[in-house]
Ligand binder design. Structure first.
Ligand SMILES: [Zn+2]
Length: 225
């Protein structure tokens, strides 16, 4: 990926695709404002910001790229980029107990803002709130669900140990009582939290709703003969 002396951004064949922070669609982006080649060549910033347009909704999406090299013919940019505004993570929060709902909502905001350790800390608080709400048996059930996710998702031992420590560790454990989370582990933790909360609350609540609905709309039995 590079910027030409004609101020044009050249992107690889497949282009850039991401989940748009405005319309939540996985979509391609079109560059609409690329900084000027001459200006960049003169100042040589370490990062370059480009404004794109979401091909689905037309709203602006701002990305930052690290510069790999300044040459007279092109300014080469790194493949990966930093999203300034990330798509919000959706989760049916209303199915959670009230306190956990508030805590996990904030956890999702931390994740969307790219504050991954804050996300880890709020996920732990969400878990602590649930342990209190569900009691000792509930905590054991949550742990079983976590084990299940581990084997389903084929998590490696190291990742699993770190994420278990985030959710089930105690604040009175020796420092650091909570392991640091890099973006990759935070992403895995997010999927674990989703699945854990879904299995524990959403699935049951939806099933109960569906059962109640069926009881009311059960078709009249047709008598044999
Ligand atoms: Zn969009």
């Amino acid at each position: 990926m590079y910027i030409t002396p004609q101020d044009e951004l050249h992107v690889e064949y497949q282009g850039i695709a991401l989940t748009c922070p405005h319309c939540q669609t996985l979509t391609h982006l079109t560059a609409t404002a690329t900084p000027k080649f001459d200006d960049l060549s003169q100042r040589k910033p370490k990062q370059v910001g480009v404004v794109f347009r979401c091909d689905a909704c037309g709203e602006p999406v701002f990305l930052k790229f690290a510069v790999k090299a300044y040459t007279p013919a092109r300014i080469e940019l790194a493949q990966n980029y930093l999203e300034i505004e990330r798509a919000r993570e959706n989760f049916p929060l209303t199915y959670l107990p009230e306190e956990a709902e508030g805590l996990f909502r904030e956890a999702l905001n931390c994740y969307a803002a790219g504050c991954f350790n804050a996300f880890g800390a709020m996920s732990r608080r969400t878990a602590q709130s649930l342990f209190r709400e569900l009691g000792e048996q509930g905590k054991l059930d949550l742990f079983d669900t976590l084990q299940e996710i581990r084997s389903l998702a084929e998590l490696d031992d190291e990742t699993f140990a770190a994420l278990r420590a985030v959710l089930f560790g105690s604040d009175s454990d020796p420092w650091p009582n909570q392991p640091d989370l890099d973006p990759q582990r935070a992403g895995i933790l997010l999927e674990i939290m989703r699945d854990l909360l879904y299995q524990t609350f959403v699935r049951k609540a939806r099933l109960m709703q569906a059962m109640t609905f069926r009881r009311f709309v059960a078709p009249t039995q047709i008598a044999a003969n």
